[in-house]
Design a binder for this molecule. Structure first.
Ligand code: ADP
Ligand code: MG
Length: 266
Protein backbone atom coordinates (compact mmCIF):
# COMPACT_ATOMS: atom_id res chain seq x y z
CA UNK A 1 0.00 0.00 0.00
CA UNK A 2 1.36 3.44 -0.82
CA UNK A 3 1.88 6.14 1.77
CA UNK A 4 -0.64 8.94 1.51
CA UNK A 5 0.47 11.17 4.39
CA UNK A 6 3.91 11.41 5.99
CA UNK A 7 4.33 13.55 9.08
CA UNK A 8 8.02 14.03 9.73
CA UNK A 9 9.47 15.38 12.96
CA UNK A 10 6.80 18.01 13.46
CA UNK A 11 7.28 20.47 16.33
CA UNK A 12 4.83 23.25 17.06
CA UNK A 13 4.80 26.12 19.56
CA UNK A 14 2.00 28.52 20.41
CA UNK A 15 3.59 31.90 20.84
CA UNK A 16 2.29 33.87 23.82
CA UNK A 17 3.12 37.40 24.96
CA UNK A 18 6.32 36.55 26.77
CA UNK A 19 6.98 32.92 26.02
CA UNK A 20 6.31 30.03 23.68
CA UNK A 21 4.28 26.99 24.69
CA UNK A 22 5.41 23.76 23.06
CA UNK A 23 2.23 21.93 21.95
CA UNK A 24 3.85 19.22 19.78
CA UNK A 25 7.34 17.73 19.89
CA UNK A 26 8.82 15.49 17.22
CA UNK A 27 5.65 13.96 15.84
CA UNK A 28 6.25 11.22 13.28
CA UNK A 29 3.41 9.36 11.61
CA UNK A 30 2.65 7.72 8.28
CA UNK A 31 -0.83 7.03 6.97
CA UNK A 32 -1.43 4.62 4.10
CA UNK A 33 -3.70 5.41 1.18
CA UNK A 34 -7.25 4.41 2.13
CA UNK A 35 -6.36 3.93 5.77
CA UNK A 36 -8.68 5.19 8.53
CA UNK A 37 -6.75 6.32 11.58
CA UNK A 38 -8.09 7.73 14.82
CA UNK A 39 -5.96 10.04 16.91
CA UNK A 40 -7.02 9.31 20.47
CA UNK A 41 -5.97 11.39 23.44
CA UNK A 42 -7.21 13.35 26.41
CA UNK A 43 -8.17 16.99 26.20
CA UNK A 44 -5.25 19.37 25.63
CA UNK A 45 -2.73 16.78 24.41
CA UNK A 46 -2.38 18.38 20.98
CA UNK A 47 -4.83 16.50 18.73
CA UNK A 48 -6.44 19.60 17.22
CA UNK A 49 -3.07 21.26 16.84
CA UNK A 50 -1.81 18.28 14.84
CA UNK A 51 -4.93 18.28 12.66
CA UNK A 52 -4.62 22.04 12.06
CA UNK A 53 -1.07 21.50 10.83
CA UNK A 54 -2.24 18.69 8.54
CA UNK A 55 -4.94 21.02 7.28
CA UNK A 56 -2.46 23.83 6.73
CA UNK A 57 -4.09 26.26 9.17
CA UNK A 58 -1.02 26.22 11.41
CA UNK A 59 2.58 26.17 10.27
CA UNK A 60 4.95 23.91 12.21
CA UNK A 61 8.05 25.32 13.89
CA UNK A 62 10.02 22.50 12.29
CA UNK A 63 9.43 19.29 10.41
CA UNK A 64 7.37 18.68 7.30
CA UNK A 65 4.21 17.10 5.93
CA UNK A 66 4.28 15.11 2.70
CA UNK A 67 1.19 14.09 0.79
CA UNK A 68 1.69 11.58 -2.03
CA UNK A 69 5.41 12.05 -1.44
CA UNK A 70 5.31 15.82 -2.03
CA UNK A 71 5.90 18.43 0.64
CA UNK A 72 2.80 20.50 1.33
CA UNK A 73 2.61 24.06 2.57
CA UNK A 74 -0.75 25.46 3.61
CA UNK A 75 -4.17 24.08 2.82
CA UNK A 76 -5.06 22.34 -0.42
CA UNK A 77 -7.78 20.74 -2.52
CA UNK A 78 -6.49 17.32 -1.45
CA UNK A 79 -7.81 17.76 2.12
CA UNK A 80 -11.35 18.35 3.45
CA UNK A 81 -12.18 19.06 7.08
CA UNK A 82 -15.13 18.45 9.40
CA UNK A 83 -15.11 20.27 12.74
CA UNK A 84 -17.04 19.63 15.95
CA UNK A 85 -19.19 22.75 15.61
CA UNK A 86 -20.55 22.08 12.09
CA UNK A 87 -19.44 25.54 10.87
CA UNK A 88 -22.22 25.91 8.30
CA UNK A 89 -23.23 29.26 6.81
CA UNK A 90 -26.49 30.11 8.62
CA UNK A 91 -27.83 32.12 5.68
CA UNK A 92 -27.35 29.32 3.12
CA UNK A 93 -29.59 26.29 2.59
CA UNK A 94 -28.32 22.72 2.87
CA UNK A 95 -27.79 22.55 -0.88
CA UNK A 96 -26.03 25.93 -0.99
CA UNK A 97 -23.80 25.05 1.95
CA UNK A 98 -22.68 21.87 0.21
CA UNK A 99 -22.30 23.64 -3.15
CA UNK A 100 -20.25 26.47 -1.62
CA UNK A 101 -16.84 24.80 -1.56
CA UNK A 102 -17.67 22.09 -4.06
CA UNK A 103 -18.32 24.47 -6.94
CA UNK A 104 -14.67 25.43 -7.24
CA UNK A 105 -13.29 21.93 -6.83
CA UNK A 106 -15.84 20.35 -9.17
CA UNK A 107 -15.24 23.08 -11.75
CA UNK A 108 -11.53 22.35 -11.52
CA UNK A 109 -12.38 18.77 -12.44
CA UNK A 110 -14.26 20.07 -15.49
CA UNK A 111 -17.73 18.92 -14.47
CA UNK A 112 -20.53 20.81 -16.24
CA UNK A 113 -23.12 22.74 -14.20
CA UNK A 114 -25.63 19.86 -14.55
CA UNK A 115 -23.02 17.34 -13.43
CA UNK A 116 -22.03 19.52 -10.47
CA UNK A 117 -25.64 19.74 -9.31
CA UNK A 118 -26.06 15.98 -9.75
CA UNK A 119 -22.96 15.23 -7.71
CA UNK A 120 -23.88 17.66 -4.93
CA UNK A 121 -27.38 16.13 -4.78
CA UNK A 122 -25.73 12.69 -4.67
CA UNK A 123 -23.68 13.63 -1.60
CA UNK A 124 -26.72 15.12 0.13
CA UNK A 125 -28.60 11.89 -0.62
CA UNK A 126 -25.67 9.85 0.73
CA UNK A 127 -26.01 11.53 4.13
CA UNK A 128 -29.81 11.06 4.08
CA UNK A 129 -30.82 14.70 3.74
CA UNK A 130 -32.57 14.97 0.37
CA UNK A 131 -35.83 15.88 2.14
CA UNK A 132 -34.09 18.80 3.87
CA UNK A 133 -32.16 20.05 0.84
CA UNK A 134 -33.76 23.52 0.85
CA UNK A 135 -33.78 24.02 4.61
CA UNK A 136 -31.56 26.41 6.55
CA UNK A 137 -29.23 25.25 9.34
CA UNK A 138 -31.48 26.71 12.10
CA UNK A 139 -34.24 24.37 10.91
CA UNK A 140 -32.02 21.30 11.44
CA UNK A 141 -31.00 19.31 14.53
CA UNK A 142 -27.32 19.10 15.52
CA UNK A 143 -27.08 15.62 13.99
CA UNK A 144 -28.56 16.83 10.70
CA UNK A 145 -26.20 19.81 10.63
CA UNK A 146 -23.28 17.49 11.09
CA UNK A 147 -24.58 15.39 8.17
CA UNK A 148 -24.49 18.55 6.05
CA UNK A 149 -20.90 19.17 7.15
CA UNK A 150 -20.02 15.59 6.11
CA UNK A 151 -21.75 16.01 2.72
CA UNK A 152 -19.89 19.29 2.23
CA UNK A 153 -16.56 17.64 2.98
CA UNK A 154 -17.33 14.74 0.61
CA UNK A 155 -18.43 17.12 -2.14
CA UNK A 156 -14.97 18.67 -2.18
CA UNK A 157 -13.88 15.29 -3.58
CA UNK A 158 -10.60 15.50 -1.72
CA UNK A 159 -8.63 12.29 -1.18
CA UNK A 160 -8.10 13.03 2.50
CA UNK A 161 -10.75 13.64 5.15
CA UNK A 162 -9.72 15.29 8.42
CA UNK A 163 -12.29 15.21 11.22
CA UNK A 164 -11.86 16.88 14.61
CA UNK A 165 -14.17 15.35 17.23
CA UNK A 166 -17.08 15.72 14.82
CA UNK A 167 -19.61 13.87 16.98
CA UNK A 168 -18.70 14.94 20.48
CA UNK A 169 -21.70 17.28 20.73
CA UNK A 170 -24.15 14.68 19.38
CA UNK A 171 -26.29 12.44 21.60
CA UNK A 172 -25.16 8.80 21.89
CA UNK A 173 -27.78 7.12 19.66
CA UNK A 174 -27.39 9.56 16.78
CA UNK A 175 -23.68 9.37 17.28
CA UNK A 176 -23.68 5.63 16.48
CA UNK A 177 -25.61 6.35 13.27
CA UNK A 178 -23.15 9.03 12.21
CA UNK A 179 -20.14 6.84 13.03
CA UNK A 180 -21.60 4.11 10.82
CA UNK A 181 -22.24 6.67 8.07
CA UNK A 182 -18.70 8.04 8.10
CA UNK A 183 -17.25 4.53 8.20
CA UNK A 184 -19.31 3.41 5.19
CA UNK A 185 -18.84 6.57 3.13
CA UNK A 186 -15.09 6.69 3.69
CA UNK A 187 -14.84 3.16 2.31
CA UNK A 188 -17.21 3.72 -0.63
CA UNK A 189 -15.32 6.86 -1.63
CA UNK A 190 -11.89 5.37 -0.83
CA UNK A 191 -10.83 8.18 1.48
CA UNK A 192 -7.77 8.37 3.64
CA UNK A 193 -9.12 9.50 7.00
CA UNK A 194 -7.59 11.14 10.07
CA UNK A 195 -10.27 11.27 12.75
CA UNK A 196 -9.59 12.94 16.10
CA UNK A 197 -11.47 11.71 19.16
CA UNK A 198 -11.16 11.37 22.91
CA UNK A 199 -13.63 8.45 22.91
CA UNK A 200 -12.11 4.97 23.04
CA UNK A 201 -15.28 3.20 21.82
CA UNK A 202 -15.55 5.54 18.84
CA UNK A 203 -11.91 4.88 17.93
CA UNK A 204 -12.40 1.08 18.03
CA UNK A 205 -15.54 1.23 15.89
CA UNK A 206 -13.98 3.36 13.19
CA UNK A 207 -10.24 2.92 12.90
CA UNK A 208 -7.87 0.57 11.12
CA UNK A 209 -5.25 1.93 13.52
CA UNK A 210 -5.50 4.05 16.65
CA UNK A 211 -2.73 6.51 17.43
CA UNK A 212 -2.74 7.17 21.16
CA UNK A 213 -1.41 10.61 22.09
CA UNK A 214 -0.09 11.94 25.36
CA UNK A 215 0.69 15.64 25.80
CA UNK A 216 2.92 16.79 22.94
CA UNK A 217 3.78 13.24 21.77
CA UNK A 218 2.50 10.13 20.07
CA UNK A 219 2.57 7.40 22.66
CA UNK A 220 1.57 4.24 20.84
CA UNK A 221 -0.08 2.93 17.66
CA UNK A 222 -2.54 0.06 18.01
CA UNK A 223 -3.92 -1.89 15.04
CA UNK A 224 -7.64 -2.62 15.17
CA UNK A 225 -7.90 -5.79 13.12
CA UNK A 226 -11.65 -6.28 13.49
CA UNK A 227 -13.77 -6.83 10.35
CA UNK A 228 -16.20 -4.14 9.11
CA UNK A 229 -19.00 -3.34 9.53
CA UNK A 230 -18.41 -3.14 13.26
CA UNK A 231 -21.59 -3.34 15.31
CA UNK A 232 -20.85 -2.46 18.91
CA UNK A 233 -23.45 -4.77 20.47
CA UNK A 234 -22.07 -7.71 18.48
CA UNK A 235 -18.46 -6.94 19.36
CA UNK A 236 -18.85 -6.46 23.09
CA UNK A 237 -17.97 -9.71 24.84
CA UNK A 238 -15.88 -11.11 21.96
CA UNK A 239 -12.44 -12.03 23.26
CA UNK A 240 -10.46 -10.18 20.60
CA UNK A 241 -12.53 -7.00 20.90
CA UNK A 242 -12.17 -7.04 24.69
CA UNK A 243 -8.42 -7.54 24.35
CA UNK A 244 -8.08 -4.51 22.04
CA UNK A 245 -10.38 -2.50 24.32
CA UNK A 246 -8.22 -3.31 27.36
CA UNK A 247 -5.05 -2.42 25.49
CA UNK A 248 -6.47 0.96 24.48
CA UNK A 249 -7.83 1.72 27.93
CA UNK A 250 -4.50 1.05 29.60
CA UNK A 251 -2.58 3.04 26.99
CA UNK A 252 -5.06 5.93 27.20
CA UNK A 253 -5.25 6.18 30.99
CA UNK A 254 -1.64 5.38 31.83
CA UNK A 255 0.13 8.56 32.92
CA UNK A 256 -2.98 10.74 32.59
CA UNK A 257 -3.08 11.47 36.32
CA UNK A 258 0.63 12.08 36.39
CA UNK A 259 0.37 14.49 33.45
CA UNK A 260 -2.45 16.40 35.11
CA UNK A 261 -0.38 16.78 38.30
CA UNK A 262 2.52 18.06 36.16
CA UNK A 263 0.20 20.65 34.56
CA UNK A 264 -1.00 22.05 37.89
CA UNK A 265 2.43 22.20 39.55
CA UNK A 266 3.16 25.76 40.59
N1 ADP B 1 -4.35 29.29 20.39
C1 ADP B 1 -3.65 28.74 21.39
N2 ADP B 1 -2.77 29.48 22.10
C2 ADP B 1 -2.06 28.96 23.11
N3 ADP B 1 -2.15 27.66 23.49
C3 ADP B 1 -3.01 26.88 22.84
C4 ADP B 1 -3.82 27.38 21.76
N4 ADP B 1 -4.58 26.36 21.28
C5 ADP B 1 -4.27 25.29 22.03
N5 ADP B 1 -3.34 25.60 22.96
C6 ADP B 1 -2.74 24.67 23.94
O1 ADP B 1 -2.07 23.66 23.24
C7 ADP B 1 -2.29 22.40 23.83
C8 ADP B 1 -2.89 21.46 22.82
O2 ADP B 1 -4.17 21.95 22.45
P1 ADP B 1 -5.12 21.19 21.44
O3 ADP B 1 -4.35 20.80 20.23
O4 ADP B 1 -6.33 22.05 21.23
O5 ADP B 1 -5.50 19.88 22.28
P2 ADP B 1 -6.65 18.79 22.04
O6 ADP B 1 -7.26 19.02 20.70
O7 ADP B 1 -5.94 17.48 22.16
O8 ADP B 1 -7.63 18.98 23.15
C9 ADP B 1 -3.17 22.65 25.05
O9 ADP B 1 -2.36 22.72 26.19
C10 ADP B 1 -3.82 23.98 24.75
O10 ADP B 1 -4.11 24.67 25.95
MG1 MG C 1 -9.26 19.44 20.19
Amino acid sequence: MSKKIEIRDICFDYIGKNKAFGALENINLEVDEGEFICILGSSGCGKSTLLSILNGLNKPKSGEILIDGKKVVGSGADRAVVFQNYSLFPFLTVKENVMFGAKKSLKRKNFTKEERIKRVNGYIEAVGLLDAIDKYPFELSGGMQQRVAIARALALEADILLLDEPFSAIDPKLRLELQELVSQLSKIHKKTVVFVTHDIDEAILLADRVIVMEPKHIKQAINIDLPYPRIREELVGQAHYEEIHRKLISSFYENIEQNIYEEVKL
